[in-house]
Design a protein around this ligand. Structure first.
Ligand code: MTE
Ligand code: MO
Length: 263
């Protein structure tokens, strides 16, 4: 039996693929999940379509909804990708306490910064949606997500007039023992206030599994997989993201992905 590749080795391979030109990691065969393609053509098309999509979305309106499916169409086991177990003691401790000590911060350019427990988030109005996740590595998967709309939290926190982007800060390091490589992502306020943009704490009717981002992950349904940050602990409102990470607005963007991952 082949043993799974160590986490950081997989990560390195994916970064190398990016440098040499994108190839497709083999799509897994799980019910409700499909390989988009087994050759790299479809993915190249997906990538070159990104620029076009941004202008099309601008013309057609960024408020258009992503397709929603019936719960029966959801994959019983939603595929996991990227980090599936955040390394390090910090996350291990949070997990050991069932995320009782975990908090979500909403801060930055807001009038009323928030610090919320999971119980507080779950007591807020929720939205449930069955949507398809598309990863640039060549697979898609349908899942039922439940969580609080990001707009609800932003309206509580009251973004200042200078706020232009929402930055999602995650708990997983992408390189061993290196706190400077924590996963992060960002979207503009159009996407942040979109009706289907939620911070999800449930997948297919159960608490969000660790491999899919426990305790909380964003669903930004009109964007590609890498724009769906998992293991959230902080949502920061900013005027620009050029001083965060390597300045391109997200971990994979810093490695060369397009900032706008619209589909
Ligand atoms: N924190 C964090 N978020 C992440 C990733 C990651 O490695 N770390 N990978 C991204 C990518 S490329 C994809 S396709 C999806 C995978 O989500 P899933 O594990 O629920 O399938 O999460 C995205 N969000
Ligand atoms: Mo992805």
């Amino acid at each position: 039996m082949k043993s799974p590749k160590p986490f950081f080795e997989q990560r390195r391979e994916r970064r190398n693929l990016l440098r040499t030109g994108l190839a497709v990691a083999a799509g897994g065969a799980l019910a409700g999940c499909d390989a988009i393609s087994h050759n790299d053509t479809a993915v190249e098309v997906l990538r070159s379509a990104e620029k076009l999509t941004e202008s099309v979305h601008r013309v057609l309106g960024r408020r258009a909804m992503a397709q929603e499916f019936s719960p029966a169409e959801a994959a019983p086991v939603f595929r996991a990708n990227g980090t599936t177990m955040p390394p390090g003691e910090n996350y291990a401790k949070l997990m050991a306490s069932g995320f009782a000590d975990w908090r979500l911060k909403v801060d930055g350019l807001v009038a009323k910064p928030l610090e919320l427990t999971m119980a507080q988030l779950q007591a807020m109005p929720s939205r449930s949606q069955v949507t398809r996740h598309d990863c640039v590595e060549g697979w898609s998967c349908i899942g039922q997500w439940k969580g609080v709309r990001l707009s609800y939290l932003l309206n509580m926190a009251v973004p200042g007039p200078e706020a232009k982007f929402v930055v999602f800060h995650c708990l997983d390091m992408m390189e061993e023992d290196d706190e400077d490589t924590l996963y992060y992502e960002s979207v503009d306020l159009d996407d942040a206030f979109h009706e289907q943009t939620i911070l999800a704490y449930e997948l297919n009717g159960k608490p969000l599994p660790v491999r899919n981002g426990a305790p909380l992950r964003a669903r930004i349904e009109r964007q590609l997989g890498y724009k769906q940050p998992k293991y959230l602990h902080r949502v920061e409102l900013v005027a620009a993201f050029d001083k965060i990470g390597s300045g391109k607005g997200g971990y994979w963007e810093d490695q060369g992905y397009n900032w706008y991952g619209g589909i």
